[in-house]
Design a binder for this molecule. Sequence first.
Ligand code: AHM
Ligand code: MG
Length: 338
Amino acid sequence: MSRPLGITVSRHILDNQHLHPTATGDLSGLLIELIVAAKTINAEVNMAGLADILGMSGKTNIQGEMVQKLDDLANNTIKRRMARCGYICIMTSEEEEGVIPVVPGYEGKYTLAFDPLDGSSNIDVNVSIGTIFSIHRRRTQDGPGAISDLLLPGREQVAAGYIIYGSSTMLVFATGQGVQGFTLDPSVGEFYLSHPDIRIPEKSKYFSVNEGNTLYWEENMRRYVDYLKEEDKATDRPYSGRYIGSLVADFHRNLISGGIFLYPKDRKDPGKPGGKLRLLYEAAPLAFIVEEAGGRAITGDGREIRDVAPESLHQRVPLIIGSRHDVDMAEAFLLGRR
Ligand code: AHM
Ligand code: MG
């Protein structure tokens, strides 16, 4: 039996590039290189559960070589491939404190911020994890990129996306023309268009939040979550709770089925008064995607995520993201209007 003829992600990217007469092909090239890195990470993630059986889980493997942690491995995979792809001039990663330069002579016109393996504390228990990326156009003219090329607000992103390593591996990204989802056929090693033009439901009945932090929330946040749990048929309450603790997985489920995810600011850790999640490679790219899909992403203190001006590479931000109606309602509570 022959396989159905699907649209590969490369075909899709190239077809869309032709819709832009001024496109140089650099963004297409960048995305295609990044997808190769993602497929490499996928192969490693799939092997992770076998690490014990193959004797590779300790500090050294059977050949006596040091074994890298999966998040280091994912970081290095992206870094090494993208450093000489020729389309970016500088990078930042959750795994590295400073900026990551590209190989001299390979500087391109974009910048890349990424979380190589988000939710990595879930690796050992076989829960979905993901890679998140955000792409901006550089501000400086040429030569090596500067940190200022990375510290740009989310609204200036030219593309953003994530790869979820789940029951199947999916790539979801947006370049300003809606959100497209692709599923990896592992037997062929290709991503095929499986979810064209994803739209997040306007209203949902699911909320995703770490309720273990209730004690540390502000009063308005507590009132909002209590509201979601009250019974009221007219507004479809109580909502159902869904929290995996893996941002990409929680976000992806809400994007497809509708829902609201909240990681508000709290008093749990005085070192993280502004929330837990990172602006440049967690909140901003997912905000870009959710808005392209018709949803909304806010901080809860009156700002849209896309407008938050980054001051440092690893800046944290409160994140409330998902179905538009639900985010509007959360905002009304958080600002004390309800
Ligand atoms: P990480 O970047 O160290 O993996 O942390 C980010 C993760 C997110 O995937 C997830 O949404 C959040 O941390 C869960 O945090 P908590 O365990 O506090 O609920
Ligand atoms: Mg992370």
